[in-house]
Design a binder for this molecule. Structure first.
Ligand SMILES: *Cc1c(COP(=O)(O)O)cnc(C)c1O
Length: 406
């Protein structure tokens, strides 16, 4: 059993590249070159130097003693929240901008829902002096003013998508249209392990620095490379893919994926894709997604913007279908309670997405001798409005006025 992509771009039955004919040459070109380019010595040096000096890596592997006291075992937090821009997304955008330069591209496009991937993309374009256009639904632009302001400060042009529901799906359509019209000079930066092959594999490789560091850090602290569990939240799945990467073939490590249950898995307001989803094609790959019987995508719901996505990366679909990864889910309420708890007992305010991963620790029944690593994907500054709302009224309904997905 292999959990890596095969030479046709599949993970078991999931993956592939289901794209309009007019994108064929862009994707072929990327597919034929990415491995060669990213493992070239000069690329690796530049990538690693930027991760160190610009992003601030390696991120600490921190033994959370008081959290361990609550849930048992030894719980380590992999501190992706300490990265420049506050989450893991920058690992991928740094990698892709270096690749774009080597492909001779002068112009970067991306799409964003909540603005987080847009900010990570605008950041690396500013760093490299490349033109940056971020497509964003008009509705999302209105409700994500701080991230829109960040992108503009960073020199990006935020272009409104005016069709359909004016949210992420429409922004994606606009980005694809742009790429079709500008195949020569433009690179499209996708923000998670989703999209047509080779994106899921490429993004996982850029994020794999997370588990590469975990191995030597745990060896230093515990005299072993492998924990018993790795726990990560899954929106599209990029922070989880990076945290799992170097442990995929080590079956002594249980991989735990945590999805957003929203108001409850069966309330109709949820983003628990692997439970509610079925096989289909979304954003150019065959995977699990939330859809109606006639194949219309069901709008997902989660209090956290980054988990509010109707699909899941094809590698995760395969890990889950094959039983390699175990899936849990956490509701909005459970995530909020965990965010408050980690803040109070460890002095770390986590992102709402990450709080879903923390929220299942109590369900895991961790044994005293076991070691758990939770991938702390991001910091909570961006979620302060939601946290304030919760502090003021813990029993009420909470603000979820964000874009769907990244
Ligand atoms: C975007 C985001 C996520 C979800 O994206 P993945 O691709 O599933 O990792 C999780 N946590 C944070 C902090 C994010 O910003």
């Amino acid at each position: 059993m292999t959990y890596q992509v095969d030479d046709k771009g599949y993970y078991g039955e999931f993956g592939g590249a289901f794209i309009p004919e007019m994108l064929h040459s862009n994707i072929e070109n990327l597919k034929n070159q990415y491995i060669k380019l990213i493992y070239e010595e000069g690329f690796q040096k530049e990538f690693n130097d930027l991760l160190k000096d610009y992003v601030g890596r390696p991120t600490p592997l921190y033994l959370a003693k008081r959290l361990s006291g609550l849930y048992g075992g030894k719980i380590y937090l992999k501190r992706e929240d300490l990265n420049h821009t506050g989450a893991h997304k920058i690992n991928n955008t740094i990698g892709q901008i270096l690749l774009a330069q080597r492909l001779g591209k002068k112009r970067i496009i991306a799409e964003t829902g909540a603005g987080q991937h847009g900010v990570a993309t605008a950041t690396v374009c500013a760093l490299m002096g490349l033109e940056c256009i971020v497509y964003m639904g008009k509705v999302d632009i209105a409700r994500q003013a701080p991230n829109v302001a960040r992108m503009r400060m960073l020199g990006a042009e935020v272009r409104p998508a005016l069709s359909g529901s004016q949210t992420l799906k429409d922004a994606t359509n606009e980005a694809i249209r742009d790429w079709i019209n500008n195949p020569e000079d433009t690179h499209y930066i996708i923000g998670s392990v989703v999209g047509p092959h080779p994106y899921p594999d490429m993004v996982a490789r850029f994020q794999s620095v997370i588990s590469e560091e975990m191995k030597w850090q745990l060896l230093e602290k515990e005299n072993r490379e492998s924990p018993d569990y790795i726990v990560a939240c899954v929106g599209g799945g990029s922070n989880a893919a990076g945290a799992y990467y170097h442990y995929l073939d080590d079956e002594s490590v249980t991989l735990v994926a945590v999805e957003a249950a929203g108001k409850g898995i069966h309330t109709g307001e949820s983003a628990a894709t692997s439970v509610l989803g079925s096989r289909g094609i979304i954003h150019g790959s065959r995977t699990l997604l939330m859809q109606t019987e006639d194949g219309q995508i069901v709008e997902p719901y989660s209090i956290s913007a980054g988990l509010d996505y109707p699909g899941i990366g094809p590698q995760h679909a395969h890990l889950i279908a094959s039983g390699r990864a175990k899936v849990y889910s956490a509701t909005d309420k459970e995530a909020l309670v965990s965010a408050m708890e980690l803040s109070k007992i460890e002095g770390i305010i986590p992102a709402l997405e990450t709080s879903h991963a923390l929220a299942i620790l109590g369900q895991m029944k961790i044994k005293d001798h076991e070691i758990v690593i939770v991938n702390l994907s991001g910091r909570g500054d961006k979620d302060l409005a939601t946290y304030i709302d919760y502090l003021d009224n813990p029993e009420g309904e909470h603000k979820t006025d964000h874009g769907h997905g990244k």
